[in-house]
Design a protein around this ligand. Structure first.
Ligand SMILES: Cc1ncc(COP(=O)(O)O)c(C=O)c1O
Length: 499
């Protein structure tokens, strides 16, 4: 252990020695490890294999009392974590949740962000990263065809993008009735109606909780068979209700089915009633870049949009984006000032702190810049189209097997699959058996390790849920994964699980 040469009791010099020694060697070793990890993704089981007990044993221990050199720390950490404790989320055969891979330019840019270590809250201390984010934000607005004057912020993910958008909306709809929510808070304010589709993602009600709106203000609108919000029912809900400050939330990309709400129609209805329309596009907003996606018509009519760069743009975790038509309301909800901050004069440079819910922050827009610069509009559209084509391919191959049904209309990158004890019988009579069978197939696939996918409930039925969100997925990955899924199904069906 080389830090043993630091013999004095002057702890700060010991720590300085440990931190400063061989930084370049440490970074080279970590780079080699990262390259080995990523290039080996295709050869390892996709799911984690280590147990929690094994991980606690290899990573735990008493609180360290003495310095240890960085190389030793990172070797131990890397070995313990990579020894079966990671999910191969970067693998082309990972189809769990909705998790994108990382395109190389974005991954490399993310490393640079860490090396540069810039607090990008303000323009003045980090002009370059602030400008990179400014450019990346404008590129996104252009790529998605949204109003050019819109404001934006790079946040941690879809949850914070939705929360920031609803904070802007809360300001806007209350200001319209003469209530200054930033000064007065919500005590005594006119009530806000929060109208959502029946398939709303859980992050919207959580945003309502965080913003003090509470869940009681939420009213639900009916959806169609694939989970897309019905504009006629939105009209009914808005007409029947008491009026007043209203925020409507729709979504492009249902977390189960991928369904896209008809944003243009919903915007027309919402605006007729003086409501703000927010689009939660964590999953599907990037589909607007693909020219063939006519079902995104009217997207630009909304008032705010959120999306995740760490999903379909294939930027490493974490990065979400909020975009807002009403930049003055966005800014009013977020801005802060303090005497010790060197803030840009109005109309000059962009201080992220005026648009973000965070204060100190990583320059998480930089990998987005690199992804867009590297892929271009054509590359992003190609990822979207290719993932959707793979999803349709999954659906076709799986549905061809007797006893396997695809429950959703595969309009995007999501596929819901159910496994039946008796082929052709998905009438609900034997739901418990088929729920148990479906869950057993999912567990068997996860155990097999060829690919990884999770489960969900759709219309009260257990389903296997496949999300194709990674640029790295190939047709061969789909074929291999389908073979693994069908093998698991045949095996499990021969030894039926206990319900
Ligand atoms: C529709 C939708 N909205 C919001 C989110 C939350 O995004 P994040 O996990 O990036 O916070 C998700 C996550 O899958 C989602 O599917």
């Amino acid at each position: 252990m080389r830090c043993g040469s630091a013999t004095s009791h002057d702890q700060s010099s010991v720590v300085r020695y440990v931190v400063a020694m061989e930084e370049a060697d440490v970074l080279r070793a970590v780079t080699e490890r990262a390259i080995a990890y990523r290039s080996g993704l295709g050869d390892r089981p996709v799911g984690p294999t280590a147990t929690a007990t094994q991980l606690r044993e290899s990573l735990g221990g008493p609180t360290p009392q003495h310095p240890t050199d960085a190389g030793t720390v990172l070797t131990r950490l890397g070995d313990a974590v990579e020894g079966g404790g990671l999910m191969g989320m970067g693998s082309g055969r990972f189809f769990g949740f909705v998790i994108g891979g990382s395109v190389p330019a974005a991954l490399g840019a993310d490393w640079l962000v860490t090396a540069w270590d810039q607090n990008t809250a303000l323009f003045s201390p980090s002009p370059a990263t602030a400008i990179v984010e400014e450019v990346a934000g404008r590129w996104i607005i252009d790529l998605l065809g949204l109003p050019s004057q819109s404001s934006f912020a790079f946040v941690t993910g879809g949850q914070m993008a939705n929360t920031t958008a609803l904070a802007a909306a809360r300001h806007h709809v209350l200001a319209a009735v003469g209530w200054d929510v930033e000064t007065n808070g919500l005590g005594g304010s006119p009530p806000i109606r929060l109208v959502v589709g029946d398939e709303v993602h859980v992050t919207i009600p959580r945003a309502a909780r965080l913003l003090g709106l509470g869940s009681r203000c939420i009213e639900r609108v009916a959806v169609d068979a694939n989970g897309a919000m019905l504009s006629a029912d939105l009209e009914r809900v808005l007409s029947d209700g008491p009026g007043g400050p209203t925020i409507v939330c729709c979504q492009t990309g249902n977390v189960n089915t991928g369904a896209l709400d008809p944003v243009g129609e919903l915007a027309a209805v919402a605006h007729d009633h003086g409501a703000w329309l927010h689009v939660d596009g964590a999953i599907g907003l990037w589909a607007a870049v693909a020219e063939t996606r006519g079902d995104m018509i009217g997207l630009e009519q909304a008032d705010s949009w959120s999306t995740d760069a760490h999903k379909w743009l294939n930027v490493p975790y974490d990065c979400g984006v909020i975009i807002c038509r009403h930049h003055e309301s966005h800014r009013a909800a977020m801005t802060v000032t303090a005497a010790y901050l060197t803030q840009a004069a109005p109309g000059t440079n962009r201080d992220p702190v005026d648009w973000n819910p965070e204060f100190s922050r990583r320059a998480r827009g930089v990998p987005v810049y690199a992804a867009i610069a590297s892929l271009g509009r054509e590359g992003i559209a190609e990822i979207v189209e290719r993932c959707c084509a793979h999803a349709r391919h999954f659906a076709e191959l799986l549905a061809a097997e007797p006893g396997v049904v695809v429950l959703n209309d595969v309009v995007l990158n999501q596929v819901l699959v159910r496994f039946l004890q008796t082929a052709g019988n998905n009438d609900g009579d034997d739901d418990d058996d088929d729920d148990a069978l479906t869950r057993a197939v999912i567990a068997a696939v996860q155990n097999d390790g060829t690919c990884w996918l999770g489960g969900s409930i759709w219309r009260n039925q257990a389903v296997m849920r496949i999300s194709v969100s990674n640029h790295a997925t190939t047709t061969a990955d789909v074929t291999l994964s389908v073979a693994a899924i069908l093998a698991a199904f045949r095996l499990v069906r021969c030894a039926p699980p206990q319900p």
